[in-house]
Design a protein around this ligand. Structure first.
Ligand SMILES: O=C(CO)COP(=O)(O)O
Length: 252
């Protein structure tokens, strides 16, 4: 059975002291179960401190983005080499906010996914449709294209170790969650696409998360679905209590 992966995406929130307090509290209370993995996706300046504070605990630390090159003249960017050197384990790639606001494309997401694996980082690749695309019935086709492009050229083993987060853009930060059936239908489609481009075994292993207004009140229903293996959570991951409840839900 696939484990559940609960990742809290803090986005551009908190200051260092708040980030430190959060992990101090979470690491002492987080359930230790191989059925669930807890990841905190934090802004770059907090990463060294969070990695240090989570040593020896089961909480993993992720970056929210990175460049695909190892180093060079890319002012303001952060490389996979730097993240790996800090002890970061995961990196969020292609979040819809980066696609919409910072010109991220399927092509750069693919380059970043390769770079992540070249440096031993696990990518959390985000895909998802806008409201217009959903209303035009384009969701599956769009998500399929995003998944295929993001994973292009990766080995089956690398795909099996990728986390894919399905986040419908209209459900992010809006309080509107996709119904658990609709979310599951798209996650199941993602798994079918992974099977098509790799193998049944790989598709069976890949972790597919849902994201978009996930909270303690709706997480159980989402995680009970056949193809939803976890959640990528924004707002409800900012408070330790709420994040812990979400992780706890993953142990059930
Ligand atoms: O974008 C998200 C996580 O990456 C979802 O954010 P919310 O949980 O705040 O809707």
């Amino acid at each position: 059975m696939r484990k559940k992966v609960i990742a809290g995406n803090w986005k551009m929130n908190k200051v260092l002291s708040e980030a430190n307090e959060f992990v101090e509290e979470v690491k002492s209370k987080v359930p230790t179960s191989d059925r669930v993995e807890a990841i905190v996706c934090a802004p770059f300046p907090f990463l060294p401190s969070l990695v240090e504070k989570t040593q020896g605990s089961s909480v993993k630390v992720a970056a929210q983005n990175m460049h695909f090159e190892d180093n060079g003249a890319f002012t303001g960017e952060v490389s996979p080499v730097m993240l790996k050197d800090l002890g970061v384990t995961h990196v969020v790639l292609g979040h819809s906010e980066r696609r919409e606001l910072f010109a991220e494309t399927d092509e750069t997401v693919n380059k970043k996914a390769h770079a992540a694996f070249n440096h031993g980082l696990t990518p959390i690749v985000c895909v998802g449709e806008t409201l217009e695309q959903r209303e035009a019935n384009e969701t599956k086709q769009l998500v399929e294209q995003q998944v295929k492009k993001a994973l292009e050229g990766l080995s089956d083993e690398q795909v099996a170790n990728t986390i894919i987060a399905y986040e419908p853009i209209w459900a992010i930060g809006t309080g509107k969650t996709a119904s658990s059936e609709d979310a599951n239908e798209v996650c199941a489609h993602v798994r079918t696409v992974v099977k098509e481009i790799t193998s049944a075994d790989t598709a069976d292993q890949v972790i597919i998360q849902y994201g978009g207004s996930v909270k303690p009140a709706n997480v159980d229903e989402l995680l009970a679905q056949s193809d939803i293996d976890g959640a990528l959570v924004g707002g409800a991951s900012l408070e330790a209590d709420s994040f812990l409840q979400l992780v706890e839900a993953g142990t059930k």
